[in-house]
Design a protein around this ligand. Structure first.
Ligand code: FAD
Ligand code: UDP
Length: 378
């Protein structure tokens, strides 16, 4: 088979770049995907009870990027959705990111009023403060609030999720869910928050609907790439796998999802409930509360974190940590030797804890900077 581009992986990175190449450059693309579906980890489907579920865990779209929002809006309409999460703390379900409402739910009234005063003296209303910063604060009351949140919301969850304590990870990980000095219970504060109206998979189908884009599912690219004639490659799989683990395997975290259907109307109070302290799982997602689907019964997914083992489970999370970045840098240098013949894009190929919108922004950027200018027009 002869194409201009071979793209490995049909997730956000691969699909967005394929769409740009086909529609903007009129070049032919073959996407090779090892799974039996498109969409990567954002894939969704209707389960046997007719409930729309996300196969690889809850995917909430949120972004501040007008460019990303407008790009994806070309392929889907949206259902506005503001994600709200409760965490079980001392037997009570309180809003996370921890905020003034969480304090009010857990602290005696006079104490919480005093705390608010200390916060007001040190921060502006609406500020977001990472817990690892709070526990180092000069003010003793803020420090002790930080320690309370650290112990009750972050420590147990993070050890389950990463097998590491919060301080052993790059501080950006726990800073994703900072203390919010507000009464705003939304999990994300971004300008655009919504879910694709007909699901992610439907959106991916529309992104890929072009005569010059072909998709080969159920195929590891290593099985076929030697038989395909192509000019350049976009690779969105794990970078260590690409280089046959030359500098050692990069560690990833994986998950097992326990999907359960309940006949009764509702399972829990919010789309997502976190269990930082109790049980071996981290969170339970109730899908219809997220998608807004009107359906009889309800499907939930219980998430159990585990170590990634090649060939056994999926590499869902790169682990942001200095030692791992050092190994990744060796692979990145190796990738640079290929001088653009292969472009590495996305969460696995760049070993970065990207959200969906960041991956789309990155794909658009790579298209504009690495693909368009270098095209041989002769
Ligand atoms: P992927 O989606 O991983 O796609 C890579 C594709 O490459 C995969 O389909 C894989 O099968 C394929 N592939 C790999 N190796 C090979 C090979 N050798 N041959 C052929 N194909 C191969 N982001 C948000 O913005 N909001 C959320 O709420 C959110 N929730 C998440 C929850 C979970 C549990 C996880 C794991 C991620 C979540 N994300 C969320 C992140 C989001 O999934 C990623 O940002 C996005 O899917 C990354 O897209 P990608 O194309 O880079 O990678
Ligand atoms: N986190 C936590 N307790 C919570 C929520 C998050 O300790 O109740 C920490 C944990 O380390 C988690 C990280 O913050 O891995 C990022 O959380 P996020 O919800 O962004 O994780 P994701 O949805 O990407 O799995």
């Amino acid at each position: 088979m002869k194409v201009d581009w071979l793209i490995v992986g049909a997730g956000f990175s691969g699909c967005v770049i394929a769409e740009r190449i086909a529609t903007q450059l009129g070049e032919r693309v073959l996407i090779v995907e090892s799974r039996d579906h498109i969409g990567g980890n954002a894939y969704d489907y209707f389960d046997e009870n007719g409930v729309l579920v996300h196969k690889y865990g809850p995917h909430l779209f949120h972004t501040n990027s007008k460019k990303v929002w407008e790009y994806l809006s070309g392929f889907t309409e949206w259902t506005p959705y503001y994600h709200r999460v409760l965490a079980v703390v001392e037997g009570k379900k309180v809003p996370v990111p921890f905020n003034l409402n969480s304090i009010n739910a857990l602290y005696p009234t006079c104490h919480s009023a005093k705390l608010e005063e200390h916060l007001l003296n040190n921060y502006s209303f609406g500020d977001k403060i990472p817990v690892l910063k709070m526990i180092e604060h000069a003010n003793q009351d803020i420090r002790s609030l930080g320690n309370y949140i650290y112990r009750n919301v972050f420590l147990g969850y993070t050890v389950k999720q990463w097998d590491l304590k919060p301080e052993e990870l790059d501080s950006s990980v726990t800073a994703r869910v900072p203390f919010s000095f507000s009464r705003d219970d939304r999990y994300f504060k971004d300008k655009y928050q919504a879910l694709p109206k007909y699901g992610y998979t439907n959106m991916f189908k529309r992104i890929l609907k072009h005569k010059d884009i072909k998709v080969l599912l159920n195929t590891d690219y290593k099985e076929v790439f030697k038989e395909i004639e192509y000019k350049r490659m976009v690779y969105t799989g794990p970078i260590d796998l690409f280089f046959d683990y030359k500098y050692g395997a990069l560690p990833y975290r994986s998950l097992t999802f326990d999907f359960r259907f309940h006949q009764e109307g509702d399972y829990q109070e919010a789309g997502q409930v976190n269990y930082p302290n109790e049980f071996d799982f981290t969170r339970i997602t109730e899908y219809k509360k997220i998608t807004g689907q009107c359906v009889k019964g309800t499907t939930i997914a219980i998430e159990y974190p585990e170590a990634y083992k090649a060939g056994v489970n999926e590499p869902y999370y790169p682990i942001p940590k200095k030692e791992n970045t050092e190994i990744y840098t060796l692979y990145k240098q190796e990738a640079q030797q290929l001088k653009g013949k292969v472009i590495f894009a996305g969460r696995l190929a760049e070993y970065k804890y990207y959200n969906m919108d960041q991956v789309v922004a990155r794909a658009l950027h790579l298209f504009e900077t690495e693909i368009t200018p270098s095209i041989d027009k002769s």
